[in-house]
Design a protein around this ligand. Structure first.
Ligand code: ZN
Length: 328
């Protein structure tokens, strides 16, 4: 399954973590893969795997698929020691890197259930908890009417195709056309680094297993109050989702914001970003706008439930955690 390059990870890992708790099978041999799976089964399960807010008639539920600790040298634009110092100051430092969460969002209005992103599903770190989180709500994946995938990186679509199956058989699937084109292009695939190969493979599976895939062109409404926002940069077809009703709104921005480095600096990137100029341009546009609007933001990799705001504080952008339990 997995595959952030084992080598890339291993280089930055304490010995005890290699081949076990961080990665699943795949690059490992069969017995190592079994051991890794057993190890993953022992991974801590979130005590309370969801958090809910209301946006007008919608209930938005943040669900966690788990976490991974990203090596400090995965942030081009800053040295590893700089990232580690910043992570320590923000209490997100772990022995093997910056703690990244994997948050998904379920949007319900009593008639339809729309899931935003499907999680890494064990392909990175300690992930694969989304099914349990849905079960805690009394839901199975066949009760999901639509899945919006914000971009075709493995940590956002892995759950769609785990086990080589269509895991959301009743769902319409929405993905930006530019991402579908990019991640199914054999030329792009052969020129891409090893750590992106899993995403290319999964993208091919998604297209094959989901005949109800709808390619999205530009900003549009998926249902009344749920619309696509163009946030191209992190990937060519990276999108956000705005949920809006009754004078309230929330925007799920996916990988616009990474822990520790954003929104303070836009000249710091994540390893998976291939077009850094595009990623920087979008963050330069988006962060000031989000700050001036005071937009409620949901972000995939920020500490669970990933809800907060970008605020301008004495000329510096910073992340302000939002209250989710008692928002009104
Ligand atoms: Zn991501």
């Amino acid at each position: 399954m997995p595959q952030l390059s084992r080598r890339a990870f291993a280089g930055a890992l304490p010995l005890g973590l290699i081949g076990g708790s961080l990665l699943g099978g795949g690059l490992l041999g069969d017995s190592a893969a079994r051991a890794a799976t057993q190890e993953a089964a022992k991974a801590p399960v979130a005590m309370n795997p969801f958090a809910q807010i209301r946006i007008g008639r919608f209930t938005v539920t943040a669900l966690t698929d788990g976490y991974a600790d990203m090596p400090y040298d995965y942030f081009p634009g800053r040295s590893a020691p700089e990232v580690e110092r910043a992570a320590s100051a923000q209490f997100t430092a772990r022995p093997s890197g910056v703690r990244f969460l994997f948050n998904q969002y379920l949007v319900e209005d009593g008639e339809r259930r729309i899931l935003i992103d499907a999680g890494a599903a064990g392909s990175i770190g300690q992930t694969g908890q989304l099914p349990q989180a849905l079960a805690a709500l009394g839901l199975k994946s066949d009760k999901i009417d639509a899945v919006i995938v914000t971009h075709m990186h493995q940590d956002h679509m892995g759950g769609l195709v785990l086990g080589g199956k269509n895991n959301y058989p009743e769902a319409e699937l929405y993905i930006d056309r530019r991402d579908i084109a990019h991640w199914t292009d054999p030329a792009k695939r052969s020129g891409a680094p090893e750590y992106l190969q899993t995403s290319f493979r999964m993208a091919e599976e998604v297209v094959r297993l989901y005949p109800r895939l709808q390619a999205i062109d530009g900003e549009r409404e998926i249902m009344r109050g749920v619309s696509i926002v163009d946030l191209t940069g992190h990937t060519p077809g990276h999108i956000g989702v705005r949920v809006e009703d009754g004078g309230k709104s929330m925007i799920m921005v996916s990988d616009m914001i990474f822990p520790v480095v954003h929104p303070a600096a836009t000249d710091v990137f994540f390893l998976f970003e291939q077009d850094r100029a595009a990623a920087k341009a979008m963050r330069d546009r988006f962060f000031p706008r989000a700050a001036s609007e005071g937009a409620l933001i949901a972000a995939t990799h920020m500490p669970f439930p990933g809800l907060g705001r970008v605020v301008a504080d004495h000329g510096e952008m910073r992340w302000q955690v939002a209250d989710w339990a008692l928002q009104d």
